[in-house]
Design a protein around this ligand. Structure first.
Ligand code: MG
Ligand code: MG
Length: 257
């Protein structure tokens, strides 16, 4: 069942999202060659707790960390570890914050050092597809309009859309109805209405769309081990507008590509 939010509840999610945006900004300052991904997790957790939030992911169904860190062919749900970032890697940092009863959720994929032009193009297209999806997330449209816009754009560039993992509603819970696929038919699916808060999160692959789950029960990687990109925002739908509640502003102030 979809939990429609009051405008007061949306304001609370926005406060949570503000902490999240700044936590991403702190992490971004440390994203470079030679850094252990577990260090990034520590930065995020400390920032969130210092701002009276709780990392949404830590302990979620047993997930061990505050960030999902997904490097290169890992699509999502990778664990922070002793792995040191190296020149030519890409790294997706996904984070959620729980604050005053409400979750927010966003993700960003970074290139490390010299990344091949074809992979940079994948990152940029995935980031662009997120905003094309958001443009469709308006009252009166349907869920399928979001996925259709994302799928059409990235497939025209030769990329593929992961099917098994999707965006989601969120609020008092990290994952609520409805599911928000990154593929779909125009005019299909659940109607979008004022009060809905959803996370839109395209996961786009350079090669096959097929994925594999590692034996750790979490890490999802591409079946062909080619790179995958992931960007995410939490958005709120109002009668006459849609507001992006999370922000990549603090990331993009210190990290440009
Ligand atoms: Mg996320
Ligand atoms: Mg999410």
């Amino acid at each position: 069942m979809i939990q429609y939010k009051t405008s007061e509840e949306v304001q609370l999610i926005k406060k949570s999202a503000d902490i999240l945006g700044k936590a991403h900004g702190e992490v971004a300052k440390h994203i470079k060659e030679g850094v252990k991904t577990s260090f990034l997790d520590k930065i995020a957790e400390e920032f969130i707790r210092d701002h009276h939030g709780v990392p949404s992911f830590k302990g979620y169904n047993g997930f061990p960390s505050s960030l999902c860190i997904s490097v290169n062919e890992v699509v999502v749900h990778g664990f922070p570890s002793d792995y040191e970032l190296k020149d030519g890697d890409i790294i997706s940092v996904d984070c959620g914050v729980f604050h005053q009863g409400f979750h927010s959720d966003s993700a960003y994929t970074y290139p490390i050092g010299e990344v091949s032009p074809s992979v940079i193009a994948l990152l940029k297209a995935t980031r662009d597809s997120l905003y094309l999806g958001i443009e469709q997330a308006v009252a009166g449209n349907r869920i399928g309009d979001i996925g259709h816009a994302i799928q059409k754009f990235v497939e025209a560039k030769g990329y593929t859309v992961v099917r098994e993992l999707v965006g989601h509603g969120l609020g008092k819970k990290l994952h609520e109805a409805p599911e928000v696929p990154n593929y779909g038919k125009k005019g299909s699916g659940v109607p979008l209405k004022a009060g809905m808060v959803i996370a839109i999160e395209p996961m786009i692959n350079l090669g096959t769309r097929n994925i594999v789950q590692e034996r750790d029960g979490w890490t999802i990687r591409t079946a062909d081990r080619k790179p995958s990109a992931h960007y995410e925002h939490t958005v709120a739908i109002f009668e006459n507008k849609t507001e992006v509640l999370t922000t990549h502003k603090y990331i993009e102030e210190s990290f440009k590509f």
